[in-house]
Design a protein around this ligand. Structure first.
Ligand code: SF4
Length: 263
């Protein structure tokens, strides 16, 4: 759907009192479209994507910067969102962002989708636990390499770098997500240097949870928002997956459609 209005609150997009805010439960929607899941255990499955606007982090490589660095959206009531989802012929719904779980209405939407029998995936950075059902929690903890540099931060002259660094890993939230949901841990890998932190975080998580975290649950995904960028990381990340025994996940939406919107 078209992007029609900017979010004013730069910290938590969606808190702004936009003139077009509908009555009742509503979400700031950046995109709502039918495509193929491009990443993770369900890669290739036709899915409706509900992309909310706003994030509590600011990864420098964010591939949905219209929901984080420059958040834009149109408010939609939950009734409008559900009607749009039901207009597509798909059984899978992916709630993504931004960070969809910063919005209370995301939990309500997940309940409504479960009541209607949809398979739901919630894509989260792992810092917030929803009080809601989800069939798959696709958890993407953000590594040190994701932190924006002050030189590259156009929004807040470096203040977001500190905030991002403070917030990006919440082990209690990660452990609770893993305990409560079927899950995958999806790491955006920029290079070999990321592996030390991934290994340490997986070890900490295995200590902190009551359920097994298998190597198959740990997915390494090459960083890159375009085919050209993926060409520079894909082979290395595949080699790292083989070397460390983790799973490699492609980004098939980038391979198929490059960085086109609503794909
Ligand atoms: S957590 Fe996700 S949506 Fe938020 S800034 Fe990072 S990549 Fe973007």
């Amino acid at each position: 759907m078209p992007v029609t209005s900017r979010v004013d609150d730069r910290e938590h997009a969606g808190d702004a009192a936009d003139a077009d805010l509908p009555d009742g439960d509503a979400l700031p929607i950046n995109e709502l479209f039918l495509s193929l899941q491009g990443e993770g255990k369900l890669a290739g499955v036709p899915s409706v994507f509900v992309r909310t606007s706003g994030c509590n982090l600011r990864c420098w490589f964010c591939d949905s910067y219209h929901t984080s660095w420059e958040p834009t959206h149109a408010w939609m009531s939950l009734d409008e969102i559900l009607a749009k989802i039901e207009s597509f012929d798909a059984d899978h719904v992916v709630l993504t962002g931004g960070e969809p779980l910063i919005h209370d209405a995301s939990a309500t939407l997940l309940h409504e989708l479960a009541d209607r029998g949809y398979h739901t995936t919630v894509e989260t950075n792992g810092t917030i636990v929803p009080d809601a059902p989800a069939d798959l929690a696709s958890i993407s903890p953000k590594l040190e390499s994701s932190t924006p540099t002050p030189e590259g931060d156009p929004m807040a002259e470096g203040e977001w770098a500190d905030r991002h660094e403070e917030r990006r890993i919440d082990l209690d939230a990660l452990a609770t997500l893993v305990d409560r949901f079927d899950f995958q841990l999806k790491f955006v890998v920029t290079g070999r240097d990321d592996m030390t932190e991934i290994e340490a975080l997986v070890a900490d998580l295995r200590e902190a949870t009551n359920v097994p975290v298998s190597d198959d649950d740990v997915l390494l995904m090459p960083e890159g928002q375009t085919r050209d960028q993926l060409d520079g990381t894909r082979a290395l990340v595949a080699d790292l997956a083989v070397e460390y025994g983790y799973r490699y996940t492609p980004r098939i939406h980038v391979d198929l459609w490059n960085d086109a919107p609503e794909k």
